[in-house]
Design a protein. Structure first.
Length: 197
């Protein structure tokens, strides 16, 4: 991590721009090289990410890692982050269950993401799921309709691809359907990678 990302990460650790910090263990900042040819943006850290302080290391991270490997992408070569840096959760028995961040929380966290984009300067930006796509492309964007397409002409990066979120794959009940969803993620990541060649 270069000095600028390191200092942003340190500042984000004390962020009080919304209330999510008060129930999270820590802010989970992005991770990876800068600049990086490819940057992935998810929604928010989950339970394991909140405990470890690293993005996409829990169940969704394992799905992402599998899809990256199958798409021939080295995770160490890409920058991975989230729209929201604190874990939003609700209790269910002893467990902390993911609770989707609202628009106010997404907006409060946006300056961190904007700074990461400025420093990482990806050639290809991959938006994982609706929260990331809506935060960066607007509420009207439909991931299911537009996934896998190269969205040219945004000011975010030369190429932008939206795809299914790894957590959504985990929620698919039938094994066969889950494999199909994983195939979509893998092929969208392959498309993103081929834009770099
Ligand atoms: N889901 C996300 O969007 N990000 C993570 O870091 C983990 C799960």
């Amino acid at each position: 991590m270069n000095a600028t990302l390191a200092s942003l990460k340190a500042s984000a650790a004390d962020c009080r721009a919304c209330d999510l910090w008060s129930r999270a263990t820590r802010a989970v900042f992005g991770e990876g090289p800068a600049p990086a040819a490819m940057m992935l943006i998810g929604e928010q850290p989950g339970d394991e990410e909140d405990r470890s302080g690293r993005p996409f290391v829990g169940p969704a991270g394992r799905v992402l890692d599998r899809a990256l490997t199958e798409a021939g992408i080295e995770r160490a070569d890409i920058y991975v982050t989230n729209v929201v840096k604190h874990f939003k959760w609700k209790p269910q028995g002893k467990r902390r269950i993911h609770d989707r961040p609202n628009r106010t929380e997404v907006a409060a966290c946006h300056p961190w993401l904007a700074s990461e984009l400025e420093i990482v300067r990806p050639q290809v930006l991959v938006l994982l799921g609706a929260t990331a796509a809506h935060a960066l492309l607007g509420q009207a964007f439909s991931v299911s309709r537009e996934r896998g397409r190269d969205l040219l002409g945004t000011s975010l990066a030369p190429h932008v691809i939206a795809t299914i979120h790894p957590s959504a794959i985990l929620r698919v009940p039938a094994d066969a359907d889950r494999e199909v969803a994983l195939g979509h993620l893998r092929s969208d990541l392959s498309s993103a990678s081929s834009l770099l060649q």
